[in-house]
Write a protein that binds this ligand. Structure first.
Ligand code: TXA
Ligand code: MG
Length: 325
């Protein structure tokens, strides 16, 4: 599906003036893409259903999936969702930062219904990135923001990558340089007193479990979040996982020292550092994907710490594509 671009997108450095203008644009119901420490977000006023609906149109999301709401701190979050002592403990340990909590909406709640896509819960996080924080303050409202890419594509970790995805579909793109974590937030929900790992991400499971105790895996009847679909984060190229070398015609996504030679290669972390690898993941997949429709051979990534989130994204990028609805 191609849609004619409708807006002259302004890509600008995130100066104080630009942030103030972006805040005003959000209040006026427009879309603003902005940096966070995890990935770039496509933001709208989370209190305005009409503004939030523009996110789905811009991303060409096939259905209304629930979105993450960005706030300054727990106090602001308490205005729209109800915290349990367990959720408070997690927020105290990891906010601001890459942890999203799924909590019951207050009844009534000022939050747009579309943010929750019909659920009685909302996903919420306080980002650490100073520009994201300044934007929440400038907007004066919570900001609903999924990753700033077209539905099913790789998440963007630079302003240029956002522009490639959303030029003509968003009012402003605030450039704050590359996202330092580079992988989306970890999402935790609750079933009674059980903390449930809904999406692996920026904060390693082990770190969260030190605070929450053992995390549970979601039951099957749980909401099918887009980040939980088998094929997601899909580059155009095919991926071959756990490769030890690049075969003829393949490009290589390497990890660690001693990567084998390849015609085209990117190394997620020559030193074998999983945090560096997470930060490079989406940008390097994008770079290799631009070389054309070939196969990206991906070296094995240790399945610990941020490696769990990296392997989750790689498995989805490698999965057979679902037929469009
Ligand atoms: O790091 C991040 O989380 C980035 C930045 C921009 O903050 N945002 C992001 O949003 O990754 P998005 O839309 O790509 O992913 C949001 C995920 C989806 O998988 C969605 O289904 C899940 O959060 N989610 C949102 N609300 C939920 C709810 N009420 N219950 C269960 N899952 C929910
Ligand atoms: Mg996304």
């Amino acid at each position: 599906m191609t849609v004619t671009p409708q807006t002259a997108t302004r890509l600008t450095m995130a100066t104080d003036k630009a942030i103030a203008e972006a805040g005003a644009a959000l209040r006026a119901g427009k879309l603003v893409a902005f940096p966070t420490e995890t990935v770039y977000g496509l933001g709208a006023n989370a209190l305005d259903d009409y503004a939030v609906s523009a996110i789905f149109a811009a991303k060409q999301r096939p259905r209304f999936n629930p979105l993450i709401v960005h706030v300054h701190n727990q106090e602001e979050a308490e205005e729209i969702v109800r915290f349990t002592p367990q959720a408070t403990k997690l927020a105290e340990a990891f906010w601001p930062g890459g942890l999203t909590l799924v909590l019951p909406r207050r009844q009534p709640s000022p939050l747009a219904l579309l943010v929750s896509a019909g659920l009685d819960t909302a996903a919420i996080r306080a980002p650490a990135h100073p520009i994201a924080r300044a934007l929440v303050e400038a907007a004066g409202v919570p900001i609903a923001a999924p990753s700033a890419n077209l539905s099913g594509h790789l998440s963007p970790t630079t302003a240029e990558a956002v522009a490639e995805e959303l030029d003509g579909r968003v009012e402003m793109i605030l450039d704050g340089g590359p996202s330092l974590v580079g992988i989306e937030s970890t999402i935790i929900g609750f079933e009674g007193t059980r903390a449930v790992l809904l999406r692996r991400g920026a904060i390693a499971r082990e770190a969260i479990e030190e605070v929450s105790g053992p995390l549970h895996l979601p039951k099957w009847d749980h909401i099918q979040a887009p980040g939980m679909m088998a094929s997601h984060y899909a580059p155009r190229a095919r991926l071959r996982l756990n490769a030890n070398e690049a075969q003829a015609g393949e490009v290589l996504l390497a990890f660690g020292p001693g990567a084998p030679p390849a015609l085209h290669a990117c190394n997620l972390s020559p030193g074998g550092d999983l945090r560096e690898a997470a930060a490079n993941l989406f940008a390097m997949l994008r770079r290799l994907d631009k070389l054309g429709p070939r196969t990206i051979a991906v070296m094995p990534i240790p399945d610990r710490g941020l490696g769990e989130a990296i392997n989750d994204r790689l498995a989805r990028a490698a999965a057979p594509r679902e037929a469009p609805p």
